[in-house]
Design a protein around this ligand. Sequence first.
Ligand code: NI
Ligand code: MN
Length: 226
Amino acid sequence: MKITWLGHAAFLIEGKDTILVDPFLSGNPHAAVKPEDIKCDIIAVTHGHSDHLGDAVKISKRCKVPVVAIAELSNFLSQKGVESLGMNFGGTIKVKNTTITMVPAWHSAGIGEAKFGHSGGTAAGLIINSGKKVYHMGDTCLFLDLKLIGELYTPDVMMVPVGGLYTMNIKTAAMAVEWVKPEIAIPMHYNTWPIIEADPNEFASEVASRCSSKVEVMNVGWSLEL
Ligand code: NI
Ligand code: MN
């Protein structure tokens, strides 16, 4: 499996299928690729905020691939003519050769593009299995049920928001890793703008002081082979 960080919370996961997660590319000052250069089989979105939904509609229509999202956001996407697959917490969906399980995240979820007139349901985390189990946490604060998520789904890789203000910070993100116990943790959702400035190496040290999970600090555009 190959995992590429496209910037902010956007990743391209190349396993049995190629899955694009949270494709905020247009408008991201540090995006690694342009939306028109993406090729993928499935798009998955954690919530409707514009820095996660991003270019999902455009890419889905061009590549003719479905978008997996929580039920309310999925309905919104259907209304925009997108092939969307709705689900909810605790559920697992099989798309092509990949399964995606939706888990809770503690975060708001109004759809920015709809000027917050359309509820996006709630924010979610996604456990994507396309050969390895990859847990993309979305935006969330620290919550105790992460221990249960770790026990139930034993993810190999976890993408962890560390930038603070809208999500966990260095310390609480390291606690999340300690509780979920993935083999590999990848920090995300930091340094896109000055308001979410964080030092990923500080996160790596904090994790190392707590547990044996390995932190992979990536640069935007870098890939990790597993
Ligand atoms: Ni958000
Ligand atoms: Mn966000």
